[in-house]
Design a protein around this ligand. Structure first.
Ligand code: BLA
Length: 508
């Protein structure tokens, strides 16, 4: 039973990931006052830089590191609030080519410098052939899964990670690995599921805004942000947009438990919501050069768009097919004021309308059953229960009825799922569709219920596959099923009303 899972999700979701007060050591951060461009806070791991140039705290940007960033002043003076700008590469002392980014957020201007990676590509243009290959390849694939497989391969080729995978969220924010590419150094996670709390809500919210993150070394020493005395701000600085933002210690422990030395993830969005992530792992620590990350972000965006298109096309196709079924049913009902009899004459389409195995029509004390249904008295009892349930508009549906209503356990095999529309508020009139129990085996990445370490904030230590048998659930109902049922409801209500009006007219 999924709801038994005992991780303390609320405390995971309280990790202050936007304001960690520290950075990862593969670069340095200066926080400036946006008006004066004076450094009010900094995090610098490289002692030699401080030794050579002195502490930048309290100095204007033109003076720090021997004037290495003076050229950035015009851009820093004009950067718009809420935006990020790439300021090019800058040499600092003997160290060449620091990629420099500026982020304007609230009362802060964050400047982050990232040390170059030996042998890195000189520009995004160098990576264009790989991006182009990806664009060409996606034109040839049919399904979302194939798209994800291509992306895994392409991202691994670009980055050289040991394993790259595409992770897709479900409606409860559990995730499943839907595609993977790897060199065998790390275990395969293909088709494994991971619980919602592995990527808690505040992390998902941040990943909607900030699309790429690199944890170059899961064993790194965080470098604290140090503030100048005159700049005691109200709280810790928000590092949301910063690449170097130090990562939650809980997640670093998780990575070490997963036997990964480095990870990178790229957000996949659909209509502003997080659809999934491309998640990359390396057994050893690993830097990914700035331009390569940008190329990965770009591939993530292309993939996101293609996924949206493919999913939308699939829904459109399903709606057209259901519309055709609906037209046939309406045709039956048009010539007949007795909608129950009319629907009963076309049982095949009545069931196909919502992809169900059984249907029941309950109206004015009558009850007609079609296909695989609970028996008459069970259906009538269910209708009694449904009529006092809260439902959205005129529709009620669940794919796990026995969990919500005990008596349904008796007929879980034929009707673990029910979708019901109410036709009349006055009488208990309903059309109900049933779906049978589908026993599935779900493979989790580790037993999500176990707190092996005994600490409430610790992720599990083992990622050995753990099997769970999901029982007393049907296939889920989707929007296409619900809308098809509601449209049929409209047609029935029209007929019932018209009939009532005709009767009234006759009686006058
Ligand atoms: C972040 N958790 C993450 C991230 C991933 C995962 C991908 C984003 C950071 C990154 O790129 O590494 C989880 N990684 C996975 C999963 C797979 C994977 C599921 O590869 C599957 C293949 N995590 C826990 C628990 C807590 C928790 C119990 O398991 C809380 C107590 C927290 N995970 C957590 C937090 C973050 C995170 C706080 C945000 C890290 C940050 O950005 O600072």
């Amino acid at each position: 039973n999924v709801s038994d899972r005992a991780l303390d999700v609320s405390s995971c979701a309280q990790e202050p990931i936007r304001t960690p007060g520290a950075i990862q050591p593969y670069g340095l951060i200066l926080v400036l006052d946006p008006q004066t461009l004076i450094v009010k806070e900094r995090a610098i791991a490289q002692a030699d830089l401080l030794g050579t140039f002195g502490d930048p705290l309290g100095h204007p940007i033109d003076d720090v590191f021997g004037g290495a960033l003076a050229r950035c002043r015009p851009a820093l003076e004009t950067i718009k609030p809420g935006t990020t700008q790439f300021l090019g590469a800058h040499a600092i002392g003997p160290h060449d080519g620091h990629h420099t980014l500026a982020h304007r957020l609230g009362d802060d201007l964050i400047v982050e410098l990232e040390a170059p990676v030996p042998g890195e590509p000189g520009s995004l243009e160098d990576l264009y052939p790989a991006i182009r290959r990806f664009m060409e390849a996606i034109e040839r694939v049919e399904t979302t899964r194939e798209l994800c497989e291509l992306a895994s391969v392409q991202i691994r080729e670009l980055t050289g990670f040991d394993r790259t995978l595409v992770y897709q969220f479900d409606k409860d924010w559990n995730g499943a690995v839907v595609a993977e590419d790897g060199n065998g150094v790390l275990p395969s996670y293909l088709d494994l599921r991971f619980p919602e709390s592995d990527i808690p809500a505040q992390a998902r919210a941040l990943y909607r805004q900030n699309r790429v993150r690199l944890i170059a070394d899961s064993n790194y020493q965080p470098v604290p942000l140090v503030r100048s005395a005159g700049h005691a701000g109200p709280g810790p600085t928000d590092l949301s947009p910063a690449m170097l933002r130090s990562v939650s210690p809980v997640h670093l422990q998780y990575m070490r438990n997963m036997a990964t030395g480095a990870s990178m993830s790229v957000s996949l969005l659909r209509e502003g919501e997080l659809w999934g992530l491309i998640s990359c792992h390396n057994a050893q620590p690993k830097r990914v050069p700035y331009h390569v990350r940008t190329a990965c972000e770009f591939i993530g965006q292309i993939l996101s768009l293609q996924i949206s298109l493919k999913e939308r096309a699939a829904v459109v196709e399903a709606r057209i097919a259901r519309r055709a079924i609906q037209v046939r049913l309406l045709g039956r009902m048009a010539g007949d004021t007795d909608f129950m009899a009319a629907l009963g004459r076309d049982q095949h389409n009545l069931l196909a309308l919502t992809q169900s195995a059984g249907a029941a029509i309950v109206h004015r004390g009558e009850c007609l059953l079609h296909g695989e249904c609970p028996n008459r008295s069970q259906v009538l009892e269910l209708v009694q229960w449904l009529s006092v349930q809260q439902h959205e508009g005129d529709l009620y549906c669940t794919d796990r009825l026995p969990q919500l209503w005990k008596p349904a356990e008796a007929f879980a095999d034929v009707a673990s799922g029910v979708l019901a529309i109410s036709i009349s508020q006055i009488h208990d009139s309903f059309v109900l569709w049933f779906r049978p129990e589908v026993v599935r085996t779900v493979r989790w990445g580790g037993d999500p219920r176990k707190e092996e370490t005994g600490l409430p904030l610790s992720p599990r230590t083992s990622f050995e596959g753990w099997k769970e048998t999901v029982q007393r659930q049907s296939l889920p109902w989707d929007d296409v099923d619900r809308d098809a049922a509601l449209e049929l409801r409209t047609a029935i209500v029209d007929i019932v009303l018209r009939k009532a009006e005709e009767m009234a007219a006759l009686n006058e």
